[in-house]
Every structure is written in C-alpha cells, then in structure tokens.
Design a protein around this ligand. Structure first.
Ligand code: GLN
Length: 488
C-alpha cells in the first residue's frame, strides 16, 4: 500500500469502504508525495496540510460511525480561483494576495458535504487568462512529463498535481479551454460540463457568459463522480440549470450501442502537430473497431471562434475585474487621491496579460464600438452554436484533438500573445456554444508527451459524453501511463 497516491478516486473509495485503508493514511500518502515532488512541479500555491489531515480524521470518524458519503475521505486539489472559507484565495494574482474568503464557493461546499478532503490551492494563470500557467503572478508550474515544459493552462496547477500524484483529482475552471487543454498536456481527463450545469457561486469571475467549473481526474469514472457531486441547481447562481442531475457513473457504464461520431474536417488542418493528428486518427480507428459509425461533419465557423472569444472574454473580464480596486480585497498600493490609490493598486497588482485584456475589453465596450465589436461577436457566437446544432442532427458526439500541439517549452510562447491564444483553437467553440466537452489521453508524441482527444456532446448530454469517453478508455491503456517523477 505504499503507492496510495496513485489510486483513482473510485479505487480509493472501494478500499475506504472495505476498511482496507483510512483517509488519514491516504491523505498522508498524498502529502508525502507532494513533499517529494513539489519542488520540481510547483503545482500548488499553498498546501493546507494540517486542515487536510483534520478533515481526513473527521472522515475516518464518520465512517467509523457507519456513515458514508460520495467522496468521503478523498483528497482533492482546488484551483485558486474558487473561494475557500479560511484559505487564502488569490486567483493567481498579486492583487488578491492576502485575501481570505469568509465563505465557500458552492462547489467547495458540495465537495465538503460529500466528505472530500481539501489539500490546498493550485497555481493558475492570473484570473484564468492564459494557456500555460506562466501568467501566474507567483511562479511557473512544470509539466510532470517534462519539467522544462508547461502544464497548459489556465488550470495548470490542478492538471499537474493530478498527473504527478499530488492529488487524487482536482478542480479546474474552463472559460475557453482551461480544464481541457491542461488535462490534454498533462495526460489526464478534464471535463467542461454544459454552461450552467455546475454553480459558479464563489468562483472569481473571468468571463461570465463562458466560465464553467470542471473536474480534472485520472479516469473518466472519476470525472463522472465529481461532476455528479457538483452539478445541479443553485439558488445562489441564477444561470444554473434546474434540470435534475442524472446518475453519471451509472450512465457511463452502460453499453454504448449504435454510436455515430462526427469528425469535422476543420479540426484536421495545418498547424496541428502531425503526431497529434495521427493519435486522434488512431482514436477514430478504435471507435470504428468498437462499432461506431464515423461521419464527416462541418463546423464552418470554427475559424471565427478565436476572434469572437477574444472580444467577448476580455469585454466581460474588463467589467468583472473593475471590483479589484485596493479597497475591498487583498493588495493595496497607497496614493495621494482615491484615483491614485486605484491606479497604483491596479497598476502594480495586475500582470501584463490581465492589463492587456482589460484594455481590449474596455475598448470593445466603449460607446460607439459596442455594436461593431461586442454585439457583432455575439451574433457570430450564435452562428458557432448553430454549426453544432446542425452537426448534432446527424451525430451523437463530435471528435477531434483537444490541443493542436503537445506541451511546449516554458518561455517559448510568452513573448507572443497570439501564439499563446492559438493553443485554444479547438477548445473555444464548445465554450462559446455552451456545450459539454471532455479531453482524455489518446497517445504520446515522439518526445513521450501526452496527447489529448476531445469529445463534445449537445447541452446537458454529459451522461452520453462520459459513456463514449469511458468506452474509449476501456479499450485503451493510455490513461494507465504515469510520468517518471521522483520514485514513481
Ligand atoms: N486560454 C484561454 C484564455 O486565455 C482560455 C482560458 C480559460 O479557459 N480560462 O482566455
């Protein structure tokens, strides 16, 4: 039992329920793993060791009383843009340094109610703006498969932690790809649920019409369980769906039956690394062997997703980030007048990418430009959504690569924002359409770096999506590979 940190959530729950391990032993094993590899990976902004062990003890006591809960005793990593009562929450930004929320985000409250143990807060791009975690206001995180490379982003800390065995699973958030792209680059599973399926109450907002919370896990089954626990209506978030939450773990295990998979030619274009395209074609072949029908579909507005996203997301961010003024939260830089105080605080507290987005967004929303930019982008967004509606008339899921490339080198793209934005070229349109999508491992490139397969389904069809992803996972062994780090 020396390798407890390598267990999946579902495996650990079986052992906990059988009384073969305790949550304290499991949590301690993960904390030991953190102590062993964190100086290489830097996945966490802060580890809450004492609190985690206290929660684990409480979970064991609860189990000893004959009680159970869906995640009782399972240690998880939490992205730092999710509010955690009593634990500093910075969103990867200096401007929130020292801010400790007096409340839990709804997802955190639900995880705690389900018995989860919180290990700490993970590194991210500042305010979730980025694709490599290099925009963190604090430090870089390394990809556990190659420490000289990025883990992806913006949820790079959670993805790296899960890949490195520094948590059994974790939470990320996905505005335009930030759960799926780091999952892909770190060789783990990342699910972006339907917009409104999971509450954002207590998530520090980036772009409110796009933000969604999602699990980052080692298997599809674990993603199904975490989604199950977190999903559902929340009176504190009026965008949440009232639709009842299906049994995702049960749905996932059903036979897939006659399956129609759509493959858009727009996802196999120049700029996709050849071994990524090859691995994804390999996944298509696997699905054919499983009896699926492969159908060509078209998403003609795919090319517009980048421009649309980079108008809508910064516009909404410029409004959402107006609240960080040095008065109410975190960091403050003094000034002679109140305006100076705001300017000094924001000037020193926000990093360059966040500043760039606030300026772009403020410009796009300013009088006279609103119709030409934001409104027009919203209209094209509808066309992107209609592309998916049409494709889903003939197929059950849509398949393609998650990221055009595997993990790139730290520092390689930091001087060129556009090149960084291109890392999300295949993950933006599902977010704009509000539909669920999952990334799961489907191979390795010539350098041994993981490659991710992306599957997308119509809104609220997470059950179907997980079922198809699970069938693929069962037929392959990619998800069983772990990076060579520390002692194993
Ligand atoms: N990389 C994209 C961006 O920089 C998406 C980020 C996200 O999903 N939070 O905006």
């Amino acid at each position: 039992m020396s390798e407890l940190h390598t267990l999946t959530v579902l495996q650990a729950l079986d052992l906990l329920r059988a009384g073969e391990i305790s949550s304290v032993a499991l949590t301690q094993a993960v904390l030991d793993r953190i102590a062993a590899v964190e100086e290489d990976v830097h996945a966490y902004l802060r580890v809450t060791e004492e609190a985690a062990l206290a929660q684990a003890e409480a979970a064991d006591a609860q189990r000893a009383r004959g009680e159970d809960a869906p995640l009782l005793g399972i240690p998880l990593a939490i992205k730092d843009n999710l509010s955690t009562e009593g634990i500093e929450t910075t969103c990867g930004s200096k401007i929130l340094q020292g801010y400790t929320p007096p409340f839990d985000a709804t997802v955190i409250a639900r995880l705690k109610r389900a018995g989860a143990v919180i290990l700490g807060k993970t590194n991210q791009d500042e305010f979730a703006m980025g694709s490599s975690t290099e925009n963190s206001g604090f430090f870089d995180t390394s990809n556990p498969w190659d420490l000289t490379r990025v883990p992806g982003g913006s949820s790079g800390g959670s993805a790296a932690a899960v890949a490195a065995g520094e948590a059994l699973a974790g939470l990320g958030t996905d505005t335009g790809g930030s759960v799926r792209q780091p999952a892909s680059l770190c060789g783990v599973v990342g699910l972006r649920p339907t917009y409104g399926r999971i509450s954002r109450y207590g998530l520090i907002a980036f772009a409110s019409s796009l933000d969604q919370v999602g699990p980052i896990t080692r298997t599809v089954g674990d993603a199904a369980l975490l989604t199950q626990v977190m999903a559902g209506h929340d009176p504190l978030d009026s965008t949440t769906w009232p639709a009842p939450v299906p049994d995702y773990v049960g749905a996932m295990r059903q036979e897939i039956g006659q399956l129609r998979i759509g493959v858009p030619e727009e996802y196999f274009v120049e700029g996709v690394q050849p071994d990524v395209a090859e691995a994804v074609r390999g996944a298509i072949a696997t699905f054919e062997e499983l009896g699926a029908e492969i159908i060509d579909v078209h998403l003609p507005h795919t090319d517009d997703a980048l421009s649309v996203y980079y108008l809508i997301a910064p516009a909404e961010a410029s409004a959402n980030l107006a609240r960080f003024d040095g008065i109410r939260y975190g960091y403050r830089e003094a000034g002679a007048t109140i305006e100076d105080l705001y300017a000094n605080t924001r000037g020193a507290g926000f990093g360059p990418e966040v500043t760039r987005r606030i300026m772009l967004g403020t410009y796009a929303l300013s009088a006279g430009y609103y119709d030409a930019y934001y409104l027009k982008a919203q209209k094209v967004r509808t066309l992107i959504k209609e592309d998916f509606d049409q494709a889903f008339e003939t197929v059950d899921v849509i398949l393609g690569p998650t990221s055009p490339v595997t993990a790139f080198k730290l520092g390689e793209r930091t001087d060129n924002p556009l090149e960084m934005y291109l890392a999300d070229i295949f993950t933006l349109s599902q977010a704009l359409a509000g539909i669920p999508a999952v990334s799961l491992p489907c191979g390795f490139d010539a350098d041994g770096l993981p490659i991710g397969l992306q599957l997308a389904a119509p809104a609220l069809e997470e059950g179907r999506l997980l079922q198809v992803a699970h069938a693929y996972e069962q037929a392959t062994t990619w998800h069983t590979q772990r990076p060579m780090l520390g002692t194993g």
